[in-house]
Structure formats: structure tokens, C-alpha cells
Design a protein around this ligand. Structure first.
Ligand code: URA
Length: 212
């Protein structure tokens, strides 16, 4: 008997149907509801100068989550992270380890562009941090790749320089993460691209080894 017919007979007999639901760790809020909340955010002054908020690109089912710093000019215009020059480099870097946009979930520490692409300020990070924390909770990635010190410091909750953040397997709420160079830094310092490539190879190995 088909499922539909079976349901029809049970309903006709007045028997309540129970549906097994996947538990939602964030207490019911899903990613699209969170994106809407972010789009209306005015917690810090950046909402006054943004064109729009920037939430994510890629796949919410991805095993690898990539976290950058904050939207730049093109991200603010298009509403997606890493779509400018740094984004092109990030795409090429992913291709070098045979990954495409659908294999990753990309987000930023800040959801709004800081004016003139200045560094995020501590109060802006503090106001915005619960959004990224909830994105991680909802996506449940198997591995996180933090790009640059702001993403690394957010996950580790320690103000360490990038040098001390790299080359170590850290954990954020039991989710393993590694820290690498930010693509914008690599555009200015191409000599470090080789080291960034090895970080990516490490990420890929971790995903495979842990059958992530
Ligand atoms: N740099 C980032 O950190 N994030 C973006 O989305 C773009 C540039």
C-alpha cells in the first residue's frame, strides 16, 4: 500500500499521524528566518552606511564552512560574501583543492560593510557575533576554515595574532577549525599563497580523514 493511501485510511479512521521531526538546535529558528532578522538589524552604526546586509553564499548542507571578516564594496552592492577580487581568489583557491561553491558555506564575522573597508571594531563584532554563532549552530559544519585574524579570534575567543592562530587544529563548540590567511592579504602578499595552499590541503585532508 502506498504511503499516501495508508495515510488516507488512517485519517479516515480518525487516527492521529505522528511525524518524526529533526531536532532544531537553535530552538526553532532556521537560516532564512535568521537572514531576515539580520536584514533588519540596527544593533550598531554600520546599518546606517550599508546598502544591504550580507549573510552567506554556498550551500547550508556543506561540510566546510568558511568565515571571512566583513563585506567589502562589491559584497555590500551584491548582498553576497566574497564576490570581489578577494572572492575571485578564494574561488580559485577552492578550485585548487577541487571544491566549488556548492561544497562550502561562506559567511563573515560582520554582516555589514565597515566604511572604506576599515577593520571591524570590537563593539561591532560584539553586536554581530550572535548571528554568526547561530549560523554555525544551524549549518553544523564538520570543519571551519577561518580566513584572517578576525575570524580566527572570533572562533577562539582570544585576541591572538594570525601567526599564533595558524598551523593548529582548534575547536569551536566541538567543531574543528583551522585558520589561514585572508585572501585580501594574499592579494597584497602573493608570496604567502603557497602557505595558504597548504592550509587548504590540510582542510581537505581533515574533511576526508574524518569522513567529514
Ligand atoms: N572580505 C571578507 O572578509 N569578506 C567578504 O565577504 C569580502 C571580502
Amino acid at each position: 500500500m502506498s504511503d499516501t493511501l495508508n495515510r488516507y485510511y488512517l485519517q479516515a479512521m480518525g487516527i492521529d499521524l505522528w511525524v518524526l521531526r529533526k531536532p532544531n538546535p537553535s530552538g526553532g529558528q532556521d537560516l532564512s528566518a535568521l537572514a531576515q532578522e539580520v536584514a533588519a538589524c540596527n544593533r550598531c552604526a554600520l546599518h546606517k552606511t550599508r546598502t544591504q546586509t550580507v549573510f552567506f553564499r554556498g550551500s547550508p548542507q556543506a561540510k566546510l564552512m568558511i568565515i571571512g571578516e566583513a563585506p567589502g564594496f562589491y559584497e555590500d552592492q551584491q548582498g553576497q560574501p566574497f564576490v570581489g577580487k578577494a572572492g575571485s581568489l578564494l574561488n580559485q583557491m577552492l578550485q585548487s583543492i577541487e571544491m566549488v561553491e556548492e561544497d562550502v558555506y561562506i559567511a563573515n564575522v560582520l554582516k555589514c560593510r565597515p566604511p572604506n573597508n576599515r577593520d571591524p571594531q570590537a563593539d561591532e563584532i560584539a553586536q554581530c557575533s550572535s548571528y554568526l554563532a547561530r549560523q554555525i549552530e544551524l549549518v553544523q559544519p564538520h570543519l571551519i576554515l577561518a580566513l584572517g585574524r578576525f575570524a580566527g579570534q572570533f572562533l577562539l575567543n582570544k585576541p591572538l595574532p594570525l601567526k599564533q592562530l595558524r598551523n593548529t587544529l582548534h575547536h569551536y563548540h566541538n567543531i574543528p577549525f583551522i585558520v589561514s590567511y585572508h585572501p585580501a592579504y594574499l592579494l597584497r602578499n602573493p608570496a604567502d599563497k603557497k602557505k595558504a595552499y597548504f592550509d587548504l590541503v590540510t582542510a581537505k585532508k581533515l574533511l576526508i580523514e574524518n569522513s567529514c
